[in-house]
Design a protein around this ligand. Structure first.
Ligand SMILES: Nc1nc2c(c(=O)[nH]1)N[C@H]1C(S)=C(S)[C@@H](COP(=O)(O)OP(=O)(O)OC[C@H]3O[C@@H](n4cnc5c(N)ncnc54)[C@H](O)[C@@H]3O)O[C@H]1N2
Ligand code: MOO
Length: 407
């Protein structure tokens, strides 16, 4: 990548804005205890310590024969079988010296055995079994090999997915303490907006940001109180903001934050609380604003639908995660090879709709307009190009997949 002069006077960088938001995010305190069946997507509010070794006792990883490896000094040693152990059985008596015990996957290893030989490598003849030379401890899951009793398994602040739910269940934990879900109060501002399904008069359009942002926030595990559409009128905005701020933890609006006379939000927020920052060196999404209404934090996303969604994914998400008590807040980008060039450096950091190629690279969607929603649906994620940078094909480019941005 080559760097050229980057001037974006008055604009804060994306990283500075995220850092500023994270610095003043207040971690949650309200917790609830939920059964595992209701805990997916919630954020853990307690550290989880292994209540016992995992596995709790040595057991077989294969269907076969439990033996003492020292008995297998010559190829195809013949041993008498002294019994049978299936999963769910207790470990039973100790293995008779110089014998083998029939054993199944998950069954406890009997005392005296240290190795399991898979049945397909053995030759059964009545009550005897011929067993090849084998490696000591093969096919045995040793007690505590995964986790030692008392070790830290999951830390508070981890968002629970199927992986963590399965692990908690395996440790015998039926309920878990999680943070109360963050309540986001959502407003779509604009005189031109009507809800999808309504008849549209000349100049009116359907509200895309309300349903889109609500789906995004719910997908991240938050509760959404959707107040719908508010016209671009100071009195209507004031009363909608006041009403919603008493019901939610954070207010998020779309539209009305740019520079036109119809963009009243910044003035209304300044009057009801404080406008703390405005305008970010990001494309799309420059007019993003942040402040508070009373004591409630407020994020003002731009009205252009793709600007609203992308600023929510890039700037709002780490902040909301932190408000929810999540430990890991920043999205990791993959560095891939650009299969496009970006000859002209831009003054704002670019988040471009892009797709993965079969050769492991990234191409750009032909349409990048911030009012366009279809390019996002026909791409795999966002390629990021720094402000002031140009790029030639073959150079590395950071790529953020929708698979992680949306979850
Ligand atoms: N003179 C300037 N004009 C604009 C600038 C600028 O710097 N100087 N910035 C542009 C950029 S960048 C963006 S992004 C937009 C954002 O403006 P606002 O946040 O004030 O948004 P609106 O003006 O209310 O709407 C912009 C656009 O998006 C449509 N919209 C709004 N809400 C919705 C919704 N809920 N669903 C679907 N579409 C929505 C709206 O109809 C407008 O077309 O400002 C540029 N202008
Ligand atoms: O930032 Mo605007 O989002 O460039 O359209």
């Amino acid at each position: 990548m080559t760097t050229s002069a980057c001037d974006s006077p008055g604009l804060l960088t994306v990283d500075a804005v995220i850092a500023q938001l994270l610095a003043q995010a207040i971690a949650p305190t309200a917790r609830i205890r939920l059964p595992l069946s209701a805990a997916s997507g919630r954020v853990l509010a307690e550290d989880i310590v292994a209540p016992h070794d995992v596995p709790a006792w040595a057991n077989s990883a294969m269907d076969g024969y439990a033996v003492a490896a020292a008995d297998l000094q010559t190829p195809m040693t013949s041993l008498a079988i002294d019994g049978r152990l299936a999963a769910g059985d207790g470990s039973g008596s100790a293995l008779t010296p110089s014998h083998a015990r029939r054993i199944f996957t998950g069954a406890p290893l009997p005392a005296g055995a240290d190795t399991v030989v898979a049945q397909e490598h053995c030759l059964r003849e009545g009550d005897r079994i011929s067993i090849p030379i084998t490696t000591l401890a093969a096919n045995v899951r040793a007690q505590g090999e995964e986790l030692a009793r008392g070790s830290l398994v999951l830390s508070a602040g981890k968002r629970l997915s199927a992986n963590e739910i399965a692990l908690l269940a395996s440790l015998g934990q039926a309920k878990v303490s999680v943070f109360q879900p963050l309540r986001i109060g959502l407003l779509s501002t604009g005189n031109e907006l009507r809800e999808a399904g309504s008849a549209l008069a000349a100049g009116q359009i359907a509200n895309a940001n309300g349903p889109g942002l609500a789906a995004l926030f719910r997908g991240w595990g938050f509760d959404v109180i959707n107040s719908g559409i508010v016209p671009d009128q100071p009195a209507a905005l004031r009363s909608a903001f006041r009403a919603l701020s008493s019901q939610c933890d954070v207010l998020i609006s779309s539209g009305g934050v740019s520079v036109g006379e119809e963009d009243h939000l910044k003035a209304v927020v300044s009057e009801l609380g404080e406008l703390a920052l405005w305008r970010v060196a990001i494309q799309p999404g420059k007019p993003l604003a942040f402040g508070r209404v009373g004591q409630r934090p407020w994020l003002g996303l731009p009205g252009n639908p793709t600007s609203a969604l992308i600023t929510a994914m890039i700037i709002a998400k780490p902040y909301l995660r932190r408000l929810q008590g999540q430990q890991h807040v920043q999205e990791a980008a993959y560095t891939l090879s650009a299969e496009f060039s970006w000859p002209k450096a831009k003054p704002r950091r670019q988040y471009l709709r892009a797709s993965l190629t079969n050769s492991g690279g990234v191409t750009l969607h032909a349409q990048q307009g911030s009012a366009m929603l279809s390019p996002a649906c026909a791409s795999d994620g966002l390629a990021m190009i720094e402000a002031g940078r140009s790029l030639v094909a073959g150079e590395p480019v950071p790529f953020l997949p929708y698979a992680s941005l949306l979850s």
